[in-house]
Design a binder for this molecule. Structure first.
Ligand SMILES: Nc1ncnc2c1ncn2[C@@H]1O[C@H](COP(=O)(O)OP(=O)(O)O)[C@@H](O)[C@H]1O
Ligand SMILES: [Mg+2]
Length: 228
């Protein structure tokens, strides 16, 4: 089995408005293997969310090469990407992508069901994230931090092979954030998952195999001695 989950070379991506074109990613390269966690840091507006959405197929690069699960981006149809997002790639969006008309427990069941799983560990995930009491609440009845944790539970319930996380602890206090790391690192160890984690949490970032900084449209190795 090929261990490369993501192979990206010289990716460029601009946004065009009627007044200007902003080049956000400018020659970005990245390799992510199974069993590996890579942290991405970078200031607001540097293109972190844009990068994640290129890797899950919600955006297309303007140029460059991208392979995901060994398949060329240019050869993947919308349906192929949808299938990957349903069964293999979990994206944790910054705003926590829960279905508003379903309770937390049903959001989790739905997500696992989409991935074709009959058995999933919903209760254990809720317990691990300390949100058992939210199981029968709707997303708009949760705090920001509870919503973020419910979104994490959904993502892990689908047992993805590739996890793209956009500030997964951004709405959590330090003590609660500590509960999140084991989700990633257990999945990496037990199921050989690969994770790309956008995070400003120093502890989470330092637990990853590499820290990369997104700057001027490309990824650069982060000097781990530097402070955040
Ligand atoms: N749909 C869009 N149209 C135009 N500009 C956009 C769009 N989405 C993002 N941008 C711009 O692209 C840059 C990178 O955005 P983003 O990837 O969200 O950065 P980050 O996640 O690092 O904060 C920002 O300058 C942002 O304003
Ligand atoms: Mg962002």
């Amino acid at each position: 089995m090929d261990h490369t989950l993501i192979q990206a070379k010289d990716l460029c991506r601009s946004y065009r408005t009627d007044r200007e074109s902003i080049r956000v990613l400018d020659g970005l390269s990245l390799e992510l293997l199974r069993g590996q966690a890579v942290a991405v840091i970078g200031p607001s507006g540097s293109g972190k969310s844009t990068l994640l959405n290129l890797l899950n197929g919600l955006l297309c690069p303007d140029s460059g090469q991208l392979q995901v699960f060994g398949r060329e981006q240019s050869e993947l149809t919308e349906a192929d990407w949808a299938e990957l997002r349903r069964t293999r790639i979990a994206t944790l969006f910054q705003d926590g992508n829960l279905i508003p008309t379903l309770t937390v427990a049903r959001n989790i069941a739905f997500r696992a069901g989409l991935a074709g799983l009959e058995a999933y560990e919903g209760d254990a995930l809720l317990e691990q994230l300390d949100i058992t009491d939210t199981a029968h609440r709707y997303p708009d009845q949760l705090s920001g931090g509870q919503r973020q944790r419910a979104a994490l539970a959904c993502a892990f319930a689908m047992q993805p092979q590739l996890i793209l996380a956009d500030e997964p602890t951004g709405s959590l206090d330090q003590a609660t954030a500590k509960r999140v790391s084991p989700l990633f690192f257990d999945a990496i160890r037990e199921r050989n998952v690969g994770a790309l984690i956008v995070t400003h949490n120093p502890e989470l970032a330092r637990s990853c195999d590499r820290i990369l900084e997104l700057r001027e449209g490309a990824l650069h190795p982060w000097d781990s001695a530097a402070s955040f």
